[in-house]
Design a protein. Sequence first.
Length: 120
Amino acid sequence: PTLPYDEGNIFARILRGEIPNKTVYEDEHVLAFHDISPKAPTHVLVIPKGAYVSWDDFSSRASDAEIGAYVRAIGLIAREAGLVEPGYRLLANVGEDGGQEVPHLHVHIFGGKPLGPMLA
Ligand code: 5GP
């Protein structure tokens, strides 16, 4: 990993149940919940339960089962939120230049309005 995993990061605390969240999906490997500061009518964060800093860390170290569960879950959550027909956006910020603020891998799901060419 680029950085050692910080067990005190906010999503680690959510996974330990120390901070409440509005869960939209959970399985053995994955948790998804509403972003606390939504930037679209639907703004969900999907995280692996394992201790992975970023997309880079996850894609290089996670098991095929974890990766499969994660990719499947992201699709399922978007489908169940009714976003497929209107369309939606997936985003993963990685590292400093990527603007990643929380050092636990998360994919953003945005939807519920026309999002334009890029989300600022
Ligand atoms: P990043 O910039 O790292 O890709 O995105 C971090 C996201 O986490 C932001 O959209 C921010 O609003 C969200 N976030 C930060 N703290 C919390 C929290 O305590 N609970 C939830 N649900 N979302 C959070």
